[in-house]
Design a protein around this ligand. Structure first.
Ligand code: C2O
Ligand code: CU
Length: 463
């Protein structure tokens, strides 16, 4: 089968044999160290219709093994690098000890080929998180270096067979259905919407079937592990309600009509109790609905148990009366953004930005600097007002802290959700607030990984 590289695939794969969604390998790590090894590996990203792709994998699995611990426990990972290049692991969304944040070059040196590093940290909050490479992320993550990190509540509310983790990944496949590696790092991608693919896998599998039963509540944890692809999903179309975003559970389930965006790095937990047997497609709603997995519902004796949500995590509440308010203006990129950014810069400045491959800026400054963008006293509330003066959407991630999204375009939001990654559309302003309560050096960057590599990355310090 030949693939069209540009547009999203409308294939006949649906009519071919489908695969069951694989159970992710569980790795418990509270006792001793769990070994996590990054190495070259292979997988079929386009089912048996495509060839085997050369990937970089954790423990030879796509995605990496599901690490699962209880809230308040420790994650202890002995990480071994068998790749040909240095790497590190970041534990996305965990309010973590700074030395364990895994940012190569900021919180630790990159782990060299053949070396190892012990990660050892407590997970304060329950919920759906993930881990991924954090050195040359634009290259390492979309080759397969990511996996889920699930922190269970003390009380188990969903039995294991009804608690389903789905890692969604966007791939750019060539006409043989094999990962296109030649185009990694293409400046054109960095300059535009980032590296976009033409195929989606769920837990590493093409168009899988996900088993469900009638009459029982299921919790579905979606993780967008894509390098740049924003997934527009419509939970209402398969009878699901949203109970958590970026790991943080709501006090009640939320009915969402229409499309919910799941940007790179974001997570969304759903609950659903199918009433009928049959197939419920999981679709991407960009353009024509595009099915990339199917819930297959079979008959079961409903247990009639009511839905009980886990307790919300206790996060420090921002004090808006006494906050350090800062702008975060995004500029640059193609479609006019860069032109306006460069207008009042010296030729010298422009040349050096181009030489360093920096096309995007925060507050006029391209990429990582020696000095932090700001410093905060421990416990201080930070309010960031971001303004997107580019022609592209971005997915902004703050390390080490969850923030409340207060307002969009000046309008106070009904649900000021806790998030670790927020989306922003062209011309939009988004206001977020958090308590800088975690000492150390923390990144703020776009999770469209090519954007991060070409300027959309900065840091702040809490002391
Ligand atoms: Cu998941 Cu610095 O990122
Ligand atoms: Cu971006």
């Amino acid at each position: 089968m030949k693939l069209d590289r540009r547009s999203f695939l409308k294939t006949t794969l649906a009519s071919c044999a489908t695969a069951a969604v694989p159970q992710l390998a569980l790795a418990k790590s509270s006792e001793g160290f769990l070994e996590l090894k990054a190495a070259n590996g292979k997988a079929h990203l386009y089912g048996d219709k495509g060839g085997a792709s050369d990937l970089w994998l954790y423990n030879d699995r796509l995605p990496g093994p599901e690490i699962r611990v209880k809230q308040g426990e420790k994650v202890r990972v002995r990480f071994i690098n068998e790749l040909d290049e240095p790497t590190s692991i970041h534990w996305h969304g965990i309010r973590i000890d700074n030395t364990m944040d895994g940012v190569a070059g900021l919180t630790q040196p990159a782990v060299k080929p053949g070396d190892s590093f012990d990660y050892d940290f407590v997970v304060p909050d329950a919920g759906t998180y993930w881990y991924h490479a954090h050195n040359m992320s634009w290259n390492q993550v979309p080759r397969g270096l990511s996996g889920p990190l699930i922190v269970d509540e003390h009380k188990q509310l969903f039995p294991p067979e009804t608690d389903i983790t789905l890692v969604l990944s966007d791939w750019r496949l060539d006409e043989d259905g094999v990962l296109d590696t030649a185009s990694f790092g293409a400046m054109h991608d960095f300059f535009h919407a980032g590296r976009l693919g033409n195929w989606l896998t769920v837990n590493g599998v093409s168009l899988p079937d996900i088993a469900m039963r009638t009459g029982v509540w299921h919790r579905v944890r979606l993780i967008n592990a894509s390098a740049s692809r924003i997934l527009d999903l419509a939970p209402e179309r398969f009878g699901a309600r949203v109970i958590a975003l970026d790991g943080q559970v709501f006090s009640e389930p939320r009915d969402v009509s229409g499309v919910v965006r799941l940007a790179p790095a974001q997570r969304m937990d759903l609950v659903m109790r199918p009433t009928k047997t049959g197939t419920l497609p999981l679709e991407m709603m960009t353009g024509q609905p595009f099915t990339f997995a199917n819930f297959q519902v079979t008959e079961a004796q409903g247990n009639d148990l009511p839905l009980t949500l886990p307790p919300v995590n206790r996060l420090p509440e921002p004090d808006l009366e006494d906050a350090l308010e800062l702008p975060l203006v995004m500029q640059g990129g193609a479609m006019g953004g860069l032109r306006s950014l460069l207008e009042d810069r010296s030729e010298e400045d422009v040349r050096s930005m181009m030489q360093d491959g920096q096309f995007w800026t925060f507050n006029g400054i391209p990429g990582m600097q020696d000095q932090p963008m700001f410093s905060a006293r421990r416990g201080e509330t930070i309010v960031l007002e971001s303004r997107n003066d580019t022609s592209f959407a971005h997915a902004m991630h703050v390390h080490g802290h969850h923030f409340r999204v207060l307002a969009r375009d000046g309008e106070t939001l009904e649900h000021q959700d806790w998030r670790d990654t927020f989306t922003t559309d062209p011309r939009e302003t988004v206001k977020i607030a958090f308590v800088a309560d975690n000492p150390g050096k923390w990144l703020i960057h776009c999770h469209m990984l090519g954007h991060a590599a070409s300027g959309m990355m900065t840091w702040f310090e809490v002391s």
